[in-house]
Ligand binder design. Structure first.
Ligand SMILES: Cc1cc2nc3c(=O)[nH]c(=O)nc-3n(C[C@H](O)[C@H](O)[C@H](O)COP(=O)(O)OP(=O)(O)OC[C@H]3O[C@@H](n4cnc5c(N)ncnc54)[C@H](O)[C@@H]3O)c2cc1C
Length: 232
């Protein structure tokens, strides 16, 4: 069996504030699923620090939030989202295309493993993003092998595949923007870390109107500890 720790090469997750709160009120995040320490999370056990320390902060913060929040009177968001998701499911269930979601997933995995792991070239990253747009087009021609309404794992898989395709665009585009080498990512064309221009966190939001990610950058606060070169 071939095992490959693909998640090792992406270094990202949900944005959180100092209380581990995401930008969705009431949702807290800690560990692998949050953005952790500005991209250097795997090296030297920072991920384990993140899940342990982040968990210690997120747990009590979530309890405090729940205790202080007023009982939710329905604002319609939940029902609107449920309707939206049911519509998405119906589109997938009815789709009569020719694309097999498992094959698309395999192609996605091969593409990302080839171009978006440790060593990265801008040309390959840009080609990857173009290919991802193609895969998203093909996703719209999907055909589910199971259309039952009970224990249907194929539709769950297809929904996750769509999310993976969108997230892969964040990874490829975000990597292409950063002309430097940092943490576990190495660009042979830009072998040095560039703190002058890139000591900042890449933040992506999904723009549903454009059906693609939008990017902004957040400076990293280094006022307490100045960054040093990693020589080991
Ligand atoms: C090969 C490898 C080597 C690593 N080496 C290092 C290292 O040297 N140093 C370091 O610091 N870090 C390292 N890491 C990273 C570190 O191990 C992880 O960041 C850390 O274990 C994440 O812990 P977590 O609790 O946040 O997430 P996870 O350990 O991923 O836990 C998430 C849990 O949620 C469960 N789950 C998922 N979906 C659902 C659902 N819908 N409902 C209920 N449960 C669900 C999963 O089954 C899982 O048990 C490494 C990771 C890998 C893969």
């Amino acid at each position: 069996m071939k095992i490959f720790p693909g998640m090792h090469y992406t270094m990202g997750g949900l944005w959180v504030d100092f209380k581990q709160a995401t930008n969705i009120p009431g949702i807290f995040s800690a560990g692998e699923c949050e953005y952790q320490y500005h991209g250097a999370n795997r090296l030297g056990a920072n991920s384990l620090v993140s899940c342990i320390f982040g968990g210690f902060v997120a747990g009590p913060a979530a309890v405090q939030y729940a205790r202080n929040v007023a009982a939710a009177s329905s604002n319609g968001h939940f029902e609107a989202e449920r309707k939206h998701q049911e519509e998405n499911n119906a589109i997938l269930m009815k789709s009569e295309g020719t694309e097999n979601p498992f094959k698309l997933w395999r192609e996605l995995g091969e593409l990302m493993t080839k171009n978006c792991t440790v060593i990265r070239y801008n040309k390959n990253l840009q080609e990857t993003d173009a290919k991802l747009v193609e895969l998203l087009e093909r996703f719209r021609q999907i055909n589910l092998s199971d259309r039952s309404n009970w224990a249907n794992t194929t539709i769950v898989f297809a929904r996750q595949l769509y999310n993976m395709l969108q997230l892969s665009r964040v990874i490829a585009q975000g990597a292409a923007m950063r002309d430097e080498s940092r943490g576990a990512h190495y660009k042979p064309d830009f072998p040095e870390r560039d703190d002058k221009n890139w000591l900042k966190t890449t933040k992506a939001t999904f723009a549903p109107d454009a059906d693609e990610p939008r990017f902004e950058f957040e400076p990293v606060d280094v006022s307490l500890i100045r960054p040093r070169a990693r020589r080991y």
